[in-house]
Design a protein around this ligand. Structure first.
Ligand SMILES: *[C@@H]1O[C@H](CO)[C@@H](O)[C@H](O)[C@H]1NC(C)=O
Ligand SMILES: *[C@@H]1O[C@H](CO)[C@@H](O)[C@H](O)[C@H]1NC(C)=O
Ligand SMILES: *[C@@H]1O[C@H](CO)[C@@H](O)[C@H](O)[C@H]1NC(C)=O
Ligand SMILES: *[C@@H]1O[C@H](CO)[C@@H](O)[C@H](O)[C@H]1NC(C)=O
Length: 281
């Protein structure tokens, strides 16, 4: 009880300090740089993570879905990162566009349909990696499922990773980000960056550009909370010397192979040697 009381007094004091700046332009700028003037991330109970935003109400991974999630109290907003043909990072779940955009109605792109091998299976559709950011931005997003509210269809566009981060940073309290390095093998096969950079390099560079760094619960981390997630263990290992932010390895059904090393989790006893000592002890 005492602790809670202290926490709320500190939050109030911080809010008051935040509101005392007379220069609105400086305050706007300061809000981005100085997250510590805001109500801090709560750390006393499990985190509430808004998976793809408030996507039960508003089409997934759109600005409106994330803003709604923040309004509803999310501690973190979650997203999937993919890349456009010209190397821009976008927030989008599927490697193809048809289930959540109007691509099927866009006759100018009809001839862009392709078949590619994705994680060991052939897939046919309109792939994000065959469209520039400008083209992707011209598409409109819709609900994935018919049983959800359809009234927000065609109102929003695809977000970039930068735009997603700015939504979190502009929230009026500290809201963390929870991005996934999605389908990295496929993305690195189809998208090339200058200087031999890989998808994972661009991903971490984007986070560092906005000041996301630090170990879990460190002062830096609490200002800009971040969890990096991936189903691909090699991507997490690759970025391990680029950022000390917490990284989570996602695990599917134990029989589903990982996105990169083609391992089944049920066989990981040997594969993850060295990583699993503490749980055993
Ligand atoms: C698109 O939706 C269909 C029907 O629900 C599903 O079978 C398919 O796997 C989805 N495609 C992607 C890329 O998720
Ligand atoms: C095409 O547009 C119509 C009319 O707006 C809409 O009902 C339909 O769902 C759209 N189809 C696709 C694949 O976007
Ligand atoms: C995908 O299609 C190509 C061309 O038809 C074929 O050579 C390849 O074996 C297929 N891959 C899989 C995983 O089925
Ligand atoms: C991370 O390690 C790799 C190989 O071990 C090295 O090539 C790369 O330069 C390192 N990156 C950083 C940022 O230290």
């Amino acid at each position: 009880m005492d602790c809670l009381w202290h926490a709320s007094v500190i939050a109030l004091v911080l809010l008051f300090l935040g509101g005392s700046d007379a220069n609105p332009a400086a305050r706007r700028h300061g809000q981005l740089d100085v997250n510590h003037k805001k109500q801090p991330l709560q750390t006393s109970r499990p985190y509430n993570i808004a998976h793809r935003g408030s996507n039960g109400e508003i089409p997934e991974e759109t600005s409106a879905a994330y803003l709604r999630a923040i309004e509803e109290g999310a501690d973190f907003i979650e997203t999937d990162i993919l890349a456009s043909k010209d190397g821009h990072l976008i927030c989008f779940h599927d490697v193809t566009l048809e289930n959540t955009t109007d691509i099927g109605n866009r006759t100018e792109f009809a001839a862009r349909k392709r078949t590619y091998e994705v994680q060991g299976a052939n897939m046919t559709g309109w792939f994000v990696v065959d469209f520039t950011l400008r083209e992707l931005k011209s598409l409109r997003v819709k609900q994935r499922y018919d049983f959800r509210d359809q009234q927000y269809n065609w109102k929003y566009d695809i977000l970039t990773f930068d735009e997603f981060i700015l939504i979190a940073l502009h929230a009026d309290r500290v809201v963390g980000v929870y991005p996934e390095i999605k389908s990295p093998i496929f993305i690195n096969q189809h998208v090339k960056w200058s200087g031999g950079k890989k998808f994972e390099d661009k991903f971490v560079e984007t986070l560092l550009k906005y000041g996301y760094k630090g170990k879990y619960m460190s002062e830096d981390w609490l200002k800009k909370p971040l969890f990096i997630q991936s189903f691909a263990p090699t991507s997490l290992i690759y970025i391990s010397n680029m950022t000390n932010a917490p990284k989570l390895l996602l695990i599917d059904e134990t029989t589903v192979p990982t996105q990169d090393t083609n391992q089944e989790v049920r066989n990981w006893d040997w594969a993850m040697e060295g990583y699993n000592h503490s749980p055993r002890e």
